[in-house]
Design a protein. Structure first.
Length: 320
């Protein structure tokens, strides 16, 4: 179907495809490939959609269980409303090219990176959702003058967004949350970037982390961050769940917590693992935990432990 297309043509997929190895190869310029909601799948080999032509539009495609879901090394591409899921290396990769637009894509549960951008310039990433990657949700390397705006980047095992040797990029108005190490990591000469007005919540180590001195010179404006009390309480409960007896006591609970008797937020534990927490007060909690302000500050500073605070009566808990 692609081999007979001419610039300006639209090629449509009319049913799902199961392939082995590379499936769709678009090496011509000016082609639109519309899957119309259908899915291309494999068993962890090859590339689902390979784009080497310029001015190519790929839209409405589901691509799963390849090594690379969508791989682009042509320029001026438009990727819109695609789902790249369960690919064994990368969901979407852009390499050695420029002037791309990625919008409205769902990139989830890809093994290494959700979106990898390598040696790419002047491209726009808007309204995408990237989650569940083993490394970074969006990894930008050796790239400049790209814009990331209004994306949701969450639940990735290391960082939400990683910049390496990249400059002149704008990261604006994104929701970057629940990433296990950092929200945004900058390293190896990643200076001169603008990071503004992002919502940064529940990232494990730091919301924005310059990992070396060569990456400290960035323009960082207001970021909405989760309150310090919730972060401190999460850290305290992480310690608590490392105590075998208490890990059993708190194995499956929905907890409201109070500091000096004032509600400060909630935490949800399932199978002795923290699965959710936030600023609200649960209406269906199974337990209330009270802690003094002095105790939570001392735990955060390493001046006492959760176990000691329990023994001293500075932490107490009760069934709801």
């Amino acid at each position: 179907m692609i081999e007979n297309a001419k610039p300006g043509d639209t090629v449509t997929l009319t049913s799902d495809i199961t392939s082995s190895g590379n499936c769709i190869v678009i090496d011509k310029d000016g082609i639109t490939f519309d899957c119309q909601g259908h899915t291309i799948s494999d068993s962890d080999s090859g590339t689902g959609i390979q784009v080497s032509g310029d001015n190519v539009n790929v839209k409405n495609c589901g691509v799963k269980k390849f090594e690379y879901g969508i791989n682009v090394n042509g320029s001026n591409s438009l990727l819109e409303n695609n789902t790249a899921k369960d690919n064994s290396i990368i969901g979407i990769r852009l390499i050695d090219s420029s002037n791309h637009t990625l919008t409205g894509n769902l990139v989830e549960d890809n093994f290494l990176f959700g979106v990898l951008v390598y040696n790419v310039t002047n491209s726009s990433f808007t309204n995408n959702t990237v989650t569940g990657s083993l490394e970074a949700g969006i990894s930008i390397a050796d790239s400049k003058n790209n814009t990331l705006k209004n994306n949701t980047v969450s639940g990735n095992k290391v960082r939400g967004i990683s910049l390496r040797n990249s400059t002149g990029n704008a990261i604006d108005n994104n929701n970057i949350s629940h990433n296990q190490i950092d929200g945004i990591g900058l390293q190896e000469n990643s200076s001169g970037n603008k990071i503004r007005n992002n919502t940064m919540r529940f990232n494990g180590n730091q919301n924005i982390n310059p990992l070396d001195k060569s990456s400290e010179d960035n323009e960082i404006e207001y970021q909405y961050e989760i309150s310090g009390r919730i972060s401190q309480f999460k850290e305290a409960f992480t310690q608590l769940l490392e105590i075998p007896v208490l890990s059993t006591v708190f194995s499956n609970e929905r907890i409201n917590f109070y500091v000096n008797e004032k509600p400060e937020g909630y935490i949800v534990i399932r199978n002795s693992q923290i699965v959710d927490f936030g600023e609200d007060e649960l209406s269906d909690q199974s337990m209330n935990v009270h802690i003094t302000e002095e105790a939570i500050d001392k735990i955060a500073k390493g001046e006492t432990t959760v176990e000691e605070a329990l023994k001293d009566g500075e932490i107490r808990y009760e069934g709801a």
